[in-house]
Design a protein. Structure first.
Lengths: 243, 300
């Protein structure tokens, strides 16, 4: 291969005048992390709510929850972000649309909310599956004890479900972080966007993408370790297999 | 008779042998495989794009065709397969480096930084960085952008110039970035950004292909001196570059070169039959008269 390697490139000043190329990638990483955290909060809270909704003894609730999940998981994330960013402001009343268009850091808010909603559909599916995997005797016993539906969920079903779905939830957390890279299509200057900018400016494409690969690997490995610890810490001995 | 045949064989063999010894790099590869690969873009109008019939066309492609012809003549090949490989701004470097493509026929800026990684043949176009905006906004000079929202495509030299001008002139511009030129232009179209900073020739083609070309104007001010576009090839492959330089230089100086320019820049072009109406400028005229691969904008 005819390629001029230059690992020193990271210490060279970036042409945007904001420090070195390394600083440029770090600025991107900051956006990636902030976006991922906000998206994750949205995904877990909305996903849990919708997941619970789908197991309630209410046909309307189940129907609404199912529609929500199908809507958000059947449309590619790339298309969803495009719709939120470019199409939604045009459909809204003019004043509201203009407010959205002139919102500072619009691509960050749109990206975080868009990724959060997309991921919430996946988490809703897991929460539902987790609740349904519990023996029916549990909710029956709760009813027999005189607990209301809300109490049954809060004190009996959800604490068990959380423990069961933690491993897939770890995967979804990693997916949330990785999916923030799609927000580069709506102009969010996150890590992958900065990596691409670095290769455009310097033409050192392999160095740039190697750095991005290593950064994503390290961050995701850290998340995995932390969540594994959490999983162990809250495990009930003898109940959930493998812990 | 036998002696004659030997002589014929010797005459035939010697140049072949000499040529085989001389060949190296890309030329050797083309000779061995009987094919050459050209990288092209999908929407760099009018340099390199796909028309409504799915055919890859453009000014850069026509120039590359001249280089291919020269290679064929030089290597005395009866048949030379031309393979077209679509590239993006992210894939063009790895594909040149690993030998998937031999020439990148797009709209790539030749600058000093990039020459550390790749080589270029002669400059075929010069473009300065300007901005487009809706006429109703009445933005003509860089200073008119004070306090406005301005977009440029992420990772372009234009973005860098916008950031620099914003800092140097203390304009307080809200700088936005978009993924590609189409997205940047869309932001202006939807009034999400007031202006879009880009190479003037790309702005001309975006305006020409927009829904309402009359609604837009490009700025009077430029952010930079005109920068050169050139066909990209592998670095440190002197024989191949020499051949490409010779072919492009002959083309640019000839009447055929002028006709080719007129075909893409001052006539109707596919797919919509638009005319970009960009006559050849003084600087470019000079660059065509004395072809050069100089990356320095000041040299033009």
């Amino acid at each position: 291969m005819n390629y001029h390697w230059n690992w020193g490139i990271f210490l060279e000043p970036s042409p945007e005048g904001i420090g070195t190329y390394f600083d440029m990638l770090m600025m991107g990483l900051r956006w990636t992390l902030v976006t991922a955290v906000l998206a994750w909060i949205i995904a877990v809270s909305l996903g849990s709510a919708v997941g619970v909704l789908r197991t309630l003894p209410s046909r309307l609730g189940v129907g609404l929850g199912d529609a929500y999940v199908e809507f958000f998981r059947n449309i590619p994330l790339l298309v969803q972000l495009f719709l939120w960013y470019f199409v939604l402001p045009e459909l809204l009343p003019k004043d509201l649309g203009n407010w959205l268009k002139t919102l500072p850091n619009a691509s960050f808010w749109t990206g975080a909310v868009g990724v959060g909603l997309f991921m919430s559909a996946r988490i809703a599916e897991q929460v539902k599956a987790g609740i349904q995997s519990l023996p029916r005797g549990q909710s029956m016993a709760a009813t027999a004890l005189g607990l209301t539906t809300a109490q049954t969920y809060i004190y009996v079903l959800l604490p068990m479900t959380l423990r069961i779905i933690l491993p897939p939830l770890t995967s979804e957390t990693l997916n949330t972080l990785k999916n923030t890279s799609v927000a580069l299509t709506i102009g969010l200057a996150e890590l992958t966007a900065r990596t691409r900018a670095m290769q455009e400016y310097s033409f050192q494409v392999f160095e740039a993408f190697t750095a991005a690969t290593v950064i994503y690997l390290v961050i995701n490995a850290l998340i995995t370790v932390v969540l594994r610890r959490f999983e162990k810490a809250i495990a009930i001995p003898g109940y959930v297999a493998g812990t | 008779m036998r002696k004659l045949m030997l002589t014929v064989a010797a005459v035939l063999a010697v140049p072949g042998l000499a040529a085989a010894q001389e060949l190296s790099g890309t030329l050797k590869k083309i000779k061995e495989t009987g094919s050459i690969s050209l990288g092209h873009r999908d929407s760099s109008v009018p340099f390199s794009y796909i028309d409504d019939n799915g055919k890859v066309i453009g000014y850069s492609l026509d120039i590359c065709a001249k280089i291919v012809e020269a290679v064929k003549t030089e290597l005395k090949l009866d048949k030379l397969d031309v393979r077209l490989v679509p590239v993006t701004s992210s894939t063009r470097i790895p594909l040149i480096a690993n030998g998937t493509i031999d020439l990148e026929c797009g709209s790539t800026t030749n600058n000093e930084e990039r020459q550390k990684q790749v080589g270029y043949t002669n400059t075929h176009f010069l473009t300065a960085s300007a901005f487009v905006s809706k006429k109703v906004k009445n933005l003509k000079k860089i200073d008119d952008l004070k306090g406005k929202t301005v977009v440029s495509t992420a990772g372009t030299t234009n973005m860098k110039q916008l950031v620099e001008a914003n800092a140097a002139r203390n304009l307080g511009i809200n700088v936005m970035s978009a993924k590609d030129h189409a997205a940047s232009f869309l932001l202006v179209e939807l009034d999400r950004a007031d202006a879009f900073v880009m190479d003037d020739i790309l702005l001309a083609s975006l305006i020409a292909s927009s829904k309402d070309p009359g609604a837009y104007q490009t700025s009077d001010d430029a952010f930079s001196l005109p920068e050169p576009y050139a066909i990209m090839l592998r670095k440190d492959d002197a024989p191949f570059k020499a051949l490409a330089d010779k072919a492009t230089s002959a083309l640019f100086r000839s009447a055929e070169g002028a006709a080719l320019y007129a075909k893409w820049f001052t006539s109707a072009i596919p797919p919509k039959g638009l005319n970009l109406n960009v006559p050849v400028g003084e600087k470019l005229k000079k660059a065509y008269a004395a072809p050069t691969d100089n990356p320095d904008p000041k040299a033009y």
